[in-house]
Design a protein. Structure first.
Length: 258
């Protein structure tokens, strides 16, 4: 039997990550080419837990029409005039999601949307998507005085209630955290750290990431939060949950939220 070394495993993991990043980059290049050459926008939809494309989903877009995703989980349509359009995503086994599409200067800020599978009552799922740069953004979910869920700590909290479902290190996401239950007497913080840019706490890389957050709960899309552009900081404090109430913060910081 061939001996498998740690180095071999690391090389394999790196190779898989590199291939995944190249695939995402090729998708982005194809989408850009389609926009420039054919005046069409591409939307791509993925499973928030495993990043697989969502095929045969129904996507209704205000003033555009009803579309169905192809075998790559994408739809394409002519670029509408600048404005905010209501989009409704539907697929059996997934949370029905109403998402705003913002067309600015005849283009779309981001076009990749990770959608949560259906969830039990009382659970909350936080999903991070972003652009090509920075390559590695990390989602953090802190229950004050209890646990801190992130890539570097515990993938599952001691009580088994909260877990990091997916850690993405090769751009675009999704990076996903799920909590089966929110303690109404506790305080939580959800933030994003620019791991790729931690040597430059006052840099603009995070604010230029085109990051966006979707908060799923009670089997619906509860909140969407878009990155604040052109602000310094390597920490994005997205929201807090205080006594069961979601408080959107949406602020960039140079130090970790407390």
């Amino acid at each position: 039997m061939r001996h498998i070394t740690v180095a071999s495993i690391l090389i394999l993991v790196f190779s898989i990550s590199l291939i995944a990043q190249m695939d995402k980059t090729l998708q982005a290049m194809d989408d850009m080419e389609t926009e420039l050459d054919h005046n069409e926008i591409t939307l791509r939809f993925f499973d928030a837990l495993n990043a697989e494309p969502l095929i045969d989903a129904v996507v209704g877009i205000e003033n555009v029409g009803i579309l169905k995703t192809d075998n790559e989980g994408k739809v394409r349509f002519k670029i509408p005039p600048d404005g905010t359009y209501r989009m409704i995503f539907k697929k059996d086994g997934y949370v029905k999601s109403v998402i705003p599409l913002n067309i600015v200067a005849n283009t779309l800020i981001f076009n990749r949307f990770s959608i949560s599978p259906s969830m039990p009552a009382g659970s909350v799922r936080l999903v991070l998507d972003w652009g090509q740069e920075p390559t590695d953004l990390d989602a953090h979910f802190v229950k004050k005085g209890a646990y801190h869920i992130a890539y570097h700590n515990r993938h599952v909290s001691d009580d088994g209630i909260t877990m990091l479902d997916r850690d993405d290190t090769d751009s675009y996401g999704p990076e996903t955290i799920t909590s089966k239950e929110i303690d109404d007497s506790a305080e939580y913080i959800f933030f994003v750290h620019n791991y790729s840019g931690q040597s430059e706490p006052g840099g603009l890389g995070l604010s230029r990431s085109r990051g966006h957050i979707k908060v799923f709960g009670d089997d619906r899309l509860m909140h969407t939060v878009e990155m604040v552009p052109n602000q310094p900081g390597i920490y994005w404090e997205v929201l807090r949950i205080v006594n069961g109430e979601f408080v959107i913060v949406n602020k960039l910081r140079t130090t970790e939220p407390e």
